[in-house]
Write a protein that binds this ligand. Sequence first.
Ligand code: CMP
Length: 415
Amino acid sequence: MPVSEWLRILLIISSFVVGFWLPIRIVGYIPPTSLEVFFDLLVSAVSICSISIYFSDREISPRTLSNWLKPKLMMDLLCLFPFSLWFFFSDSQASNPFIFINLLAVRHVSQIKKFLDNFDDLSPLAYRLTPIFMTLPLLVHTISCIWIALGSGNIGPDPDATTTYIKAVYWAFTTLTTVGYGDISAKTSPQMLFTCGVQLIGVGVFGYILSSVAGLIARTDAAREHHMDNMDRVETFMRIHHVPAELRSRIRAYYHFIWKNKKGYNDHSVLSHLPDKIQSELYFHINQGVLEKVPFLKGAENDILQELMLELRPTIFVPGERIFKAGDPGDAVYFIHQGEVAILNDEQHRVATLTEGHFFGEMALIDDRPRMASAVSVTFTDLYVLKRDEFKKFLRRHPHFHQHMNEVVSARRAG
Ligand code: CMP
């Protein structure tokens, strides 16, 4: 991990700690001077980390003065001042007005998002929830501290500060979530106004969290959602067009097959936005299994297979569907990935049954004549289609396979 990322971790942790400390300090806890100086140094550390990350992220030089004239950097430079040394000038350390400026350092907690960008394999759930669960405690803590500063509402004096704080956190949660049980309620006008503000924030914050979580839960099974959406649309379409019951059940069976075998994704369009190079590697990966099953391609060199695979396009036929009929012009060769295909002669007699790993439709292309038989899908059949031109190009480039193909054709013709 580069140094800038280590600095980012330090920045996130430090600003988180400062975010807890400052509200406590501001609402009236007077710390020993050493603690005050420690946190002042921590704020300065936050600023230094932030400034160095700023320059390294943008790859610009800190030696150029104009690069420093940015509001973000100004805020960090401001936080570098040792505000804790206020006591040298004032009798009352409690009323240090400059301490508020240090709150600017807390905003760096948001760097968590940039840090998470380093992890390519992070789940979307972790990516979205981690920043929320980092900022939420800070928000609740700040609201609780302000509530304490405003007098903690109608609840009487507490035995100790911890109880006061716990009650304030409880109030902050119930008000933020707009549950508001009413056991702790606003008494004075500032408290009432503050409560209104917290409720408004709550609507936004918890609305965002709830919608994010609901969205994430819905997306955890995106494939099923996609399938369900598809089915809803198909069912509506069939209802509007009064599709006969028998056809409806065949259509449903088709979608069921697609769902079982390909999790609802029948085409490769989902990944069509990928760069060409990655797409071809992807097709290679997807189609590899298909050609491995074709006996006469066994042992073929990888680049030959790769060339062939890039041209294969998947298609599905339902039981009883005709793939082509005798006499049709030959436009493609078919490789069977899954399922069963019957080859029928002119009298509709089955001359062959082809299954996984077999191919058909090559004769019309080799001999340049129409189809000599019909092909009908017996089951749901998962086929890969190689278009005529690509098939011919492949045979021209690899005479060895041309020869082999001729042998298959002769054997089939004889059979
Ligand atoms: P084609 O003539 O293009 O279209 C029909 C296809 O059925 C044919 O190519 C062959 O691929 C296939 N075919 C024909 N006869 C047989 C057979 N006896 N055994 C296996 N396949 C055959």
